[in-house]
Design a protein around this ligand. Structure first.
Ligand code: FES
Length: 155
């Protein structure tokens, strides 16, 4: 059975051989997931480099999930939630903002690239905003190249 890192490496070696960033998104069920759905039903194009993990609220994103994703082979992580004041659980998105800010600071202080973790507010009616955010982040990661955190630490 392949590890996540091996699976990612295999994916990178296919096709043109050029670096294609892999992006994992933790999205709130009520807003950003609905926006992704809207983008799909509206046939708005965006890069296929993204995998979505649907959570009930951005406040449910544990920073450990983000670290595991980065160390497991993803080049960037997007957290998408409801706009401030719109969280269905009152303050989940504010908690997410605090946690992700602290995580970015920790990554920066450890010498890693904190700019691989994005937090964005995308509401259910913003399918085009979702698509443009994904496109922008994929382009951003493509220009940065592979993450050092994707290295196989067992070697
Ligand atoms: S319910 Fe969407 S961020 Fe909390």
């Amino acid at each position: 059975m392949k590890t996540t890192s091996e699976a990612v490496e295999t994916t990178r070696d296919k096709g043109t051989g050029e670096f294609e960033p892999r992006l994992l998104a933790f999205v709130c069920n009520w807003c950003t997931y609905a926006a992704a759905d809207l983008a799909g039903t509206s046939r708005i194009q965006y890069p296929p480099n993204i995998k979505l993990v649907r959570l009930m609220c951005s406040g449910a994103v544990d920073p450990v999930y983000v670290l595991r994703a980065l160390m497991g082979g993803f080049d960037g992580v997007l957290i998408g939630g409801c706009r401030p004041g719109d969280c269905h659980y009152q303050s989940g998105n504010y908690k997410a903002r605090r946690r992700i800010t602290v995580l970015q600071e920790i990554l920066k202080n450890m010498g890693f690239d904190e700019d691989r973790v994005w937090l964005r507010w995308i509401s259910a009616s913003e399918g085009s905003q979702f698509a443009s955010t994904v496109s922008e982040m994929v382009e951003h990661l493509r220009s940065k190249g592979p993450s050092v955190l994707t290295r196989n630490w067992d070697k």
